[in-house]
Design a protein around this ligand. Structure first.
Ligand SMILES: [Zn+2]
Ligand SMILES: [Zn+2]
Length: 114
């Protein structure tokens, strides 16, 4: 890997653009990554990056807005994404994708699903 010479917009992909088989792999890898120890986590993340084309920390949007239904897969290290909940005993936590963080950040309680 070369040094970060250019700041570039990280790739995102919609979960539903993946094939059924890829979605099944994605779900499985995310589940394992959520409880993985430090030895196995990096390999799982690498598999998720290869599967989705998303760089960095691969997350699926956990947007809590009712009716949003966002399934964007994105890099949680993107400064425009929003942490809803840090992982507590888990690795992944919950994050909103940059678009949801912009449109309806989870810090704004109005409109949130009960
Ligand atoms: Zn989203
Ligand atoms: Zn949303």
């Amino acid at each position: 890997m070369t040094a970060l010479a250019h700041a570039r917009i990280p790739a995102t992909v919609d979960y539903h653009q993946l094939t059924d088989a890829q979605q099944a792999d994605f779900d499985q890898l995310m589940e394992e990554a959520d409880t993985a120890g430090p030895a196995s986590y990096p390999g799982l993340m690498t598999s998720l990056r290869l599967l989705t084309g998303v760089t960095g920390e691969v997350r699926k949007c956990a947007c809590p807005w009712s009716g949003c239904g966002c399934t964007t897969v994105f890099d949680a290290n993107n400064p425009d994404s929003l942490v809803i909940e840090y992982g507590d005993g888990y690795n992944l936590g919950r994050h909103q994708c940059p678009r949801c963080a912009d449109w309806h950040p989870a810090t704004d309680a109005a409109g949130l699903a009960a």
